[in-house]
Write a protein that binds this ligand. Structure first.
Ligand SMILES: Cc1cc2nc3c(=O)[nH]c(=O)nc-3n(C[C@H](O)[C@H](O)[C@H](O)COP(=O)(O)OP(=O)(O)OC[C@H]3O[C@@H](n4cnc5c(N)ncnc54)[C@H](O)[C@@H]3O)c2cc1C
Length: 567
């Protein structure tokens, strides 16, 4: 079934729910008026529907491949990339000084979500470039910025991120790639990186790798890591791709899904690189790219959920089975349950994603530390809950199809296979949850408390009009506050980590209820209020069990020894 871009949903969420008006009211984003944003979203939606969605299946059936060292992308992907680049969708939030559009991340995030829904494998390519653009804008020298940013934003060149090595996955500090100074301001990089998304392609003139490596005097662990820009072709004196650098794609991974995205093993054999940021401060610079990518990957989950939902709905409207008023399965109560779960969770995850992006914009536009703390708090929740929603919704979508869901021709299974990795890459969801209860609570839970205050205030005001919805939201928020205080008081970090995933999911449930409640008030007699009622009645209550689990501590988790687990 053809993909339909949910433009009105973004408009509603931005206008009524996540406070985009405040973003557009800042001097920095004054040009992002409702008319401009609507025109951009419609244009991007059209490109997603007409150009990208038709590439979803061919990419799955004809994965990228390596032929005598040359990477060949899936059929139609080169044209897809061209359309993305020509539309300006890569440099949307990039600095206008280097050819970007300077638009708010909220708008870029909505566009990225649409591209993910249409064709996740291809969308990962511009997402990598966008992250690299942001990292270079913040940390690169003026010379590097002037040379690389315009090419990355126009899509003539593409960007990648190279962290992972066989022995250094979640533990990035264990990496062994080396960088030696050449004495002329450049460095020679040697080492192997694995799982590098879009490590090469056949549609860009150059591929620019951001590579983490250790200098000879770099301390062990994450503190001694530096970041380098390593192009496939070394730019000549005119800034055009010149001689080939000493790097290559050794092989491509065979994956469960995301077949159209080449996942590369990269070998660097003394490749020439340029330092980005300061020596030994590479992790700080890479974190700019990683935070960008975490929001983007959360959006990939939301996009996959949207695609899977539309697919399942279309099937349910056609499939005849059993006696129902309409004659199709859409009138069976259990099928309705599945569709309502999907739709209600999708709205919650999209609300969290756009609120996260809006907080990033507010932080950028105002320089206010509270907005930066809000964005930092929401990022792991957006990444983990967005991708989990992608997995759950696509799995439920498959179930709606019955046996046909298990048959590849319907495309229902592809959503599930493709989105599965989003819970793993860009920091596993477990690592995101640890970030939430660890680093993001180093303020003693203050940023979380400020957000919970806002939710309670809003619920309190909503009691007058929709007490049956506002009451449960207030109670859930208060229980979440108690759990937050309990976690923040735990000095043994393992007690926090033991309940981290449950806590993150409960937090997301409460945030989702908050956005649904705002939507219900904005559209009291419309479908959004009905969906909010369903979410608050059927989906929110999950928080209680999750918060019990969040506070069990680590003792019972370690009650069985490793030997006893194996017995
Ligand atoms: C398709 C694909 C594309 C990718 N693209 C890129 C890319 O472009 N660039 C790049 O650099 N990398 C990329 N990756 C790598 C990805 O980021 C890593 O796979 C991921 O970070 C996890 O590392 P790992 O696979 O080594 O798992 P491990 O780190 O070995 O983790 C195994 C399990 O242990 C858990 N775990 C590990 N450490 C801890 C801890 N301290 N506390 C609690 N639990 C822990 C994990 O959550 C996980 O459940 C990609 C991976 C895939 C599969």
């Amino acid at each position: 079934m053809p993909y339909r871009a949910p433009v009105t949903d973004y408009e509603f969420l931005m206008d009524k729910v996540v406070g985009f008006k405040d973003v557009a009211a800042t001097e920095k984003f004054a040009e992002a008026s409702p008319d401009v944003v609507s025109a951009i979203l419609s244009e991007a939606g059209k490109m997603c529907e007409e150009v990208m969605a038709p590439l979803q299946r061919p990419g799955d059936l004809h994965p990228a491949r390596l032929e005598n060292g040359i990477l060949r992308t899936s059929p139609g992907y080169a044209d897809g990339w061209k359309a993305i680049a020509e539309g300006g969708w890569i440099g949307m939030s990039g600095d206008p000084e280097y050819g970007g559009m300077g638009l708010p991340m909220t708008v870029t995030t909505a566009v990225n979500e649409m591209m993910s829904a249409a064709c996740l494998s291809l969308q990962l390519a511009p997402l990598m470039s966008q992250g690299q653009i942001e990292a270079l804008e913040h940390h690169a020298s003026e010379e590097l910025k002037a040379l690389y940013l315009p090419k990355l934003m126009s899509g003539e060149w593409s960007g990648t991120m190279n962290l992972t090595e066989p022995q250094a996955g979640s533990d990035v500090g264990a990496l062994t790639s080396r960088a030696e100074p050449n004495g002329d301001g450049t460095y020679s990089l040697t080492g192997q990186k694995i799982y590098i998304s879009w490590g090469d392609n056949d549609f860009c003139e150059n591929v620019c790798h951001l590579v983490l490596a250790r200098l000879p005097d770099g301390a062990p662990g994450t503190k001694g890591i530096s970041l380098f820009l390593v192009p496939k072709y070394i730019p000549d004196e005119n800034g055009n791709p010149g001689v080939a650098n000493d790097l290559k794609v050794v092989s491509l991974e065979h994956k469960m899904g995301l077949h159209g995205s080449p996942t590369c093993v990269m070998q660097y054999d003394g490749a020439r690189g340029w330092l980005v940021g300061q020596e030994h401060k590479g992790m700080a610079a890479m974190f700019t790219m990683m935070n960008n990518a975490r929001l983007g990957v959360g959006g990939q989950g939301v996009g996959a959920a949207e695609g899977a939902y539309q697919h399942a709905l279309a099937y349910a409207l056609e499939r005849k089975q059993g006696k129902t008023p309409s004659g199709t399965i859409i009138d069976h109560a259990d099928v309705r349950r599945m569709l309502m779960d999907m739709r209600a969770d999708l709205f919650a995850a999209r609300g969290i994603m756009l609120a996260n992006a809006a907080a990033i914009d507010m932080a950028k536009a105002t320089g206010n530390a509270d907005w930066a703390a809000r964005a930092a708090l929401l990022t792991p929740i957006c990444k983990a809950f967005g991708t989990q929603t992608g997995m759950r919704v696509s799995e439920t979508g498959l179930q709606v199809h019955g046996g046909m869901g298990y048959i590849e021709e319907t495309g229902a299974a592809q959503y599930y296979r493709d989105v599965r990795v989003t819970a793993i890459y860009e920091g596993t969801n477990g690592i995101q949850a640890m970030d939430l209860v660890g680093r993001k609570m180093m303020d003693g839970g203050e940023a979380a408390a400020r957000l919970l205050d806002e939710i309670e205030d809003h619920a309190e005001r909503a009691r007058a009009t929709v007490p049956e919805l506002a009451g449960p939201v207030w109670e859930a928020t208060e229980t979440l506050r108690e759990a937050t205080e309990w976690l923040a008081a735990q000095e043994d970090m393992n007690n926090r980590f033991a309940g981290a995933v449950a806590y993150l999911n409960a937090f997301a449930r409460v945030l989702g209820a908050h956005y649904h409640l705002i939507a219900a008030l904005a559209d009291p007699d419309g479908p959004r209020a009905k969906l909010a009622r369903y979410y608050i009645t059927a989906r929110l209550p999950e928080y209680a069990g999750l918060l019990d689990q969040a506070q069990i501590g680590a003792k019972d988790l370690f009650a069985l020894s490793a030997d006893e687990l194996a017995a």
